[in-house]
Design a protein around this ligand. Structure first.
Ligand code: IPE
Ligand code: IPE
Ligand code: MG
Length: 256
């Protein structure tokens, strides 16, 4: 398994285009309500937005995309909406995985799958196996995911893997996190206007650039993603250093 630099332990090489984008896809319900449609119609359109965003990410050379599809808190929604989201997830697994594979996309799911229907778990594992050696882009879907759950799971796995160790390092912990197969996100996007993390990637967002937009997820098209990429490209990622140090370092090792 590849090991990635932790942004608080080392300074990663960064470029104009984020290697890893993590997205909270929010606003489906409001998109539907604006059109006098049931909330679930917004979720259906949300799947189309995912396709468009993936296409643009591939074109722009993004290597990792992580999407928040269902949070550990979303079980609190009305049972019919939860049931619909499960149906949509199952259908997407049945219909989209072949296309992902044809496009050389590696597919992973992060989150606690123990509450899901066994058929969904089987489809997820099959899709992960089928696409395991794909290299164009890694798509991770967060389903029944919570950042606190992720950290606690990692701590428990770390203790089980290396019992009785006197001192555990950041590396020991990050190796057990759900996104151990990716570098930390460079760019975080939340659509739908809310400015919160909602228990998404709490550990991994330590040095991520944050981007919030009022655009509702079903409306998040290529132009909207380009605006986020432009905002990212205009930022200076200092990782604790001064601006002068960043500029000096850039002259010594010009990044791609
Ligand atoms: C995000 O859209 C999708 C999920 C949480 C599954 P919402 O359903 O939260 O849409 P709003 O926030 O109610 O508009
Ligand atoms: C966060 O959206 C989770 C997903 C997008 C899957 P929510 O719409 O559930 O977030 P809160 O509850 O408003 O913070
Ligand atoms: Mg919401």
């Amino acid at each position: 398994m590849a090991l990635f630099t932790s942004t608080s332990q080392g300074i990663p090489e960064t470029g104009q285009i984020p290697r890893h984008i993590a997205i909270i896809m929010d606003g489906n319900g409001r998109w539907a309500r604006q059109r006098m449609l049931p909330r679930v119609a917004g979720h259906r359109r949300g799947v189309e937005a995912v396709r468009n965003v993936l296409r643009t990410c591939i074109q722009r050379g993004v290597e990792y995309v992580t999407l928040f599809a269902f949070s550990s808190e979303n079980w609190r929604r009305p049972p019919e909406e939860v049931r619909f989201l499960m149906k949509l997830f199952r259908r997407a697994l049945l219909q989209e995985v072949r296309r992902l594979h044809e496009n050389n996309i590696r597919f992973r799911v992060i989150g606690d799958l123990s509450r899901f229907d066994p058929e969904i778990v089987r489809l997820v594992r099959e899709a992960e196996e089928l696409t395991a050696s794909n290299t164009r882009l890694t798509l991770s879907i967060a389903a029944n995911y919570g950042g606190r759950w992720d950290i606690l799971e990692a701590v428990n796995k770390m203790l089980a893997a290396q019992p009785g160790k006197a001192h555990y390092s950041e590396e020991d912990l990050t190796a057990q996190l759900a996104l151990a197969h990716t570098p930390e996100p460079d760019l975080f996007i939340r659509t739908g206007g809310e400015k919160r993390i909602s228990n998404f990637l709490l550990w991994q967002l330590a040095y991520t650039e944050l981007y919030f937009t009022d655009t509702l997820w079903p409306d998040f098209d290529e132009a909207a993603l380009e605006a986020a990429l432009a905002s990212y490209g205009a930022r200076e990622r200092r990782f604790g250093r001064t601006s002068e140090q960043v500029q000096q370092a850039a002259q010594q090792t010009p990044s791609a």
